[in-house]
Design a protein around this ligand. Structure first.
Ligand code: S3P
Length: 435
């Protein structure tokens, strides 16, 4: 084991999921929206640009990083995009925005980068088509590029097979423009940022059953609003795992989003015996937030991540696997097939990279089983598949392994956390405000 440890106290940048929603949901109101703490992620810039194409003005305030002013003409004032809606690498942008434009009286054409073009879009587009939208694919059925021909939609009931917050959100945005009511039921709990933001903005909805949400056509005109975006727990997760694995670490992640559909990383690390304190719990703009202190507490124990809880840590499983590789016992991930459909096939990527650094890992159809060991050798090449979360995982692995690894590329990190490397270097040196 190296001497490296993580120290300090700082806030990672704003939450990506909430930032996308703040920009997209601005279209539901007529007036000015002020967003503070907007994520600097390239994905959110893709959303901002797409929203501009629909007639919103989205302006960064140069005096405060993350402060944005959005001016929206309201749903009825949105205009047909003159250009392609380019979602870049962002699944949230393309899927959630499809739901918004499905109810608008014009055609919107979407595309994305090579990775996004491979990701499944039918899970949302087929359902929007059932509500009345016409969808046509340019090349491959079910994949970008595609066009959505918006229309007067009809409300419907949906029982989703996958607990996808993106699909749920797209259907609710369509439902707010549809005749009749729209009911969306998820198979298990997922992030509920959409509902919390609806509450914050004054969008009416009901929850008729467990994991079920119902909306009616939005008849009232909503005014502008102000929203503060918490720090992104998915970004903080890299540091949490690093601190839990590196002896001597004592790190506090400030203002961290604590949405119950996102906190699997904390639950799993606690189950493994990590010393994690949730401090100063409070609510900001209808979202729970807290400061998370992680202190190294000796070698972690094994645990199992079950299928029913995957949705609340779907983006954190790559970094959690590093804690698993170092645990005393067995670390199992089950029911995580969904990870194959993210920015890369994250199950294959994790298991290949982990065997490269000397971990004992057995891939399964929908997860993997790790037999933990006291240290990790490293010295290998870490493949990222241009996936930002794999690249950031690689940088934490590099701080943990005996021998440095060669990370294929780190450019992709800008997709979610452009200053990750600088922030990691600061806490590795312990030079941020000491806790
Ligand atoms: C997101 C939901 C998750 C997550 C993605 C962001 C969201 O996707 O992986 O990074 O903002 O709703 P799914 O809802 O498709 O699981």
């Amino acid at each position: 084991m190296t001497e490296t440890s993580l120290h300090g106290s700082f806030a990672v940048p704003g939450d990506k999921s909430i930032s996308h929603r703040a920009l997209i949901f601005s279209a539901l109101c007529k007036g000015q929206v002020t967003i503070t703490g907007l994520s600097p992620a390239e994905d959110c810039q893709s959303t901002a640009q797409c929203m501009r194409e629909l007639g919103l003005t989205v302006t960064a305030d140069p005096s405060e990083p993350g402060r944005y002013t959005v001016v929206s003409p309201g749903l009825k004032g949105l205009k047909a995009p003159q250009n392609l809606l380019d979602a870049g690498n962002s699944g949230t942008t393309i899927r959630v925005m499809s739901g918004l434009v499905a109810g608008l009286p014009f055609t919107s054409r979407f595309d994305g980068d090579e990775s996004l073009r491979k990701r499944p879009m039918s899970r949302v587009l087929d359902l929007l088509a059932q509500m009345g939208a016409t969808v046509s694919f340019d090349a491959k059925q079910g994949c970008a590029p595609f066009s959505v021909n918006g229309t007067q939609l009809k409300g419907k009931e949906f029982n989703l097979k996958v607990a996808s917050a993106q699909v749920q959100t797209a259907l609710l945005l369509a439902g707010l423009q549809a005749e009749g009511s729209t009911l969306v039921t998820l198979p298990e709990i997922a992030r509920d940022h959409t509902l919390r933001m609806f509450r914050h903005m004054g969008v009416p909805y009901t929850e008729p059953g467990e994991n079920s949400v119902q909306v009616e056509k939005l008849e009232k005109t909503l005014g502008g609003f102000t929203i503060a975006v918490p720090a992104d727990i998915s970004s903080a997760a890299f540091f949490m795992v690093g601190a839990a694995c590196l002896p001597g670490s004592d790190l506090t992640l400030l203002n961290c989003g604590m949405n119950q559909g996102r906190t699997l990383v904390i639950d799993v690390l606690k189950r493994m015996g990590a010393n994690i304190e949730v401090l100063n719990a409070r609510e900001v703009s209808c979202e729970p937030i807290a400061d998370i202190r992680v202190r190294y507490n000796g070698r972690l124990r094994g645990t199992t991540i079950h299928g029913g809880e995957v949705a609340s840590g779907v983006d954190e499983i790559p970094i959690l696997s590093i804690a698993g590789a170092l645990c005393d016992g067995t670390f199992t991930v089950e029911g995580a097939e969904e990870l194959r459909h993210k920015e890369s096939d994250r199950l294959t990527a994790i298991t290949n990279n982990l065997s490269g650094i000397g971990a004992t890992v057995r891939p399964t159809e929908d997860g993997f089983v790790l037999t933990g060991q006291e240290s990790l050798q490293g010295g290998s090449t870490w493949s990222t598949h241009l996936d930002h979360r794999l690249a950031m995982t690689g940088l934490i692995v590099n701080a943990i392994c005996k021998k440095p690894i060669k990370i294929e590329e780190t450019e992709s990190i800008k997709i979610s956390y452009p200053t990750f490397q600088q922030d990691l270097e600061k806490v590795l040196q312990g030079s941020l405000l000491p806790s």
